[in-house]
Design a protein around this ligand. Structure first.
Ligand SMILES: NC(=O)c1ccc[n+]([C@@H]2O[C@H](COP(=O)([O-])OP(=O)(O)OC[C@H]3O[C@@H](n4cnc5c(N)ncnc54)[C@H](O)[C@@H]3O)[C@@H](O)[C@H]2O)c1
Length: 365
């Protein structure tokens, strides 16, 4: 099975490729990047360790490599700056992502392949990929809160001094500020976390805060997440390729569970052959469910702004200058609009989700 990583020359993409190599599952790993030289370097670096790891074909390619790929992982994007919210990236990343999807389709992206979207803002880009890629929605999977959940479990474990693999705790909703900690089902070695000696509301609040700000901290410490996001991506890709059917907190197009529709966000989802095989509704506390619906409302607000903007004109062709110039921004979706969407009053229900979103221009062509 072949996995292509678009953006594989970058920090996240190269770590994903290395994790996939270590996982020994894919027969072929392809590194695709606008910066061809770096892509060649990453592929060669991986290849040089192959004799100690596994017999895989590892190459750098241009976009034509997606045509015979089983899984296409998209990590190409512009990095979040310190203090910048993930959703603030929208202006800089949507156009890049849309152009890239167009290129992948032109290169022969197959309906039978899977798209794993990692670039931020991941829930918004996953939604755009569902609408634009031509793939069944089940085959378009955003990394969502998979990395946040991994961090959450590890941070809880460190706080109560237990092995990290013993902790099971979920973060759901948006991969961003409105993500929701699911304390009601958090456990350690099968026992309820809430009853664990030394665990208390302050520990919970501090751990959640530490997790929520982990992405920004990684950017300020070392330029961005690498190892943890790499293994998080591998978990999703392996579950697809091996048909493991793991229940993962990934971002998929919501179909009505938790009264949420027509928005991509993370709920527990069975991942295997055919992609998102099953979305799962758990009994949550009312606070948790309201939190999830709040994430949906925030994301829906952003999608509306994005679709509105995209309906006004053609998507610019991605240029290397876009990649190099992080100041490229769309004038139509401003930071304050994003902030407005983030601060909409909670309230519940109804969540206003359009079942028939406006058809943007790129859909018509
Ligand atoms: N979903 C998550 O949990 C999560 C976690 C960490 C980072 N991210 C996101 O991943 C993305 C990448 O982060 P990074 O730290 O690897 O950034 P990076 O700058 O190190 O790498 C991005 C790569 O994308 C490439 N690229 C840009 N435009 C391209 C195009 N049109 N075609 C092919 N390649 C292109 C660049 O050349 C670069 O190598 C960002 O959007 C970041 O926010 C997501």
């Amino acid at each position: 099975m072949k996995v292509s990583v678009i953006g594989g020359g970058g920090l996240v993409g190269s770590m994903a490729a290395f994790s996939l190599q270590m996982g020994k599952i894919a027969s072929d790993i392809s590194i695709i990047d606008a910066n061809r030289q770096v892509a060649e370097g990453v592929a060669l670096d991986l290849l040089q360790g192959a004799s100690l790891i596994a017999d895989q074909r590892i190459i750098a390619e241009d976009m034509s490599g997606v045509a015979n790929s089983d899984v296409v992982v998209i990590t190409a994007g512009l990095r979040r700056k310190p203090e910048e919210s993930r959703l603030d990236l929208i202006n800089r990343n949507v156009d890049l992502f849309m152009a890239l999807l167009g290129e992948a389709k032109k290169a022969g992206l197959r309906k039978e392949s899977y798209l794993v979207v990692v670039s931020n803002p991941v829930d918004i880009l996953t939604h755009l990929a569902v609408k634009q890629s031509g793939l069944d929605w089940r085959r378009v999977i955003g990394l969502g809160t998979q990395l946040d959940t991994a961090r959450f479990c590890s941070h809880i474990a460190r706080r109560i001094q237990v092995p990290a693999t013993q902790v099971r705790a979920l973060l759901l909703g948006e991969h961003g500020d409105s993500m929701v900690p699911i304390w009601s089902s958090a456990s350690v070695g099968g026992l309820p976390l809430e009853q664990w000696p030394g665990w208390n509301p302050q520990a919970a609040a501090d751990t959640f805060e530490e997790t929520k700000t982990a992405g920004a901290k990684m950017i300020s410490l070392k330029g961005g997440s690498g190892f943890a996001v790499g293994v998080s991506i591998r978990e999703v890709v392996e579950s697809i390729l091996l048909d493991s059917r793991k229940i993962l907190p990934v971002s998929t197009l919501q179909q009505g569970l938790y009264d949420i529709k027509d928005v991509c966000l993370s709920i527990p989802t069975e991942i295997g052959t055919n992609g998102a095989r099953k979305q799962i509704e758990l009994p949550l506390t009312s606070k948790e469910k309201i939190g999830l619906q709040n994430s949906a409302r925030i994301l829906r607000g952003i999608i509306d702004q994005v679709e509105n903007r995209l309906s006004k004109g053609p998507i610019p062709i991605s240029q290397p200058t876009d990649v190099k110039n992080p100041q490229v921004a769309s004038p139509d979706v401003t930071k304050s609009q994003v902030a407005d969407a983030n601060t909409k009053p909670l309230g519940h229900p109804p969540i206003e989700m359009r079942t028939q979103p406006a058809r943007p221009a790129w859909k018509r062509t």
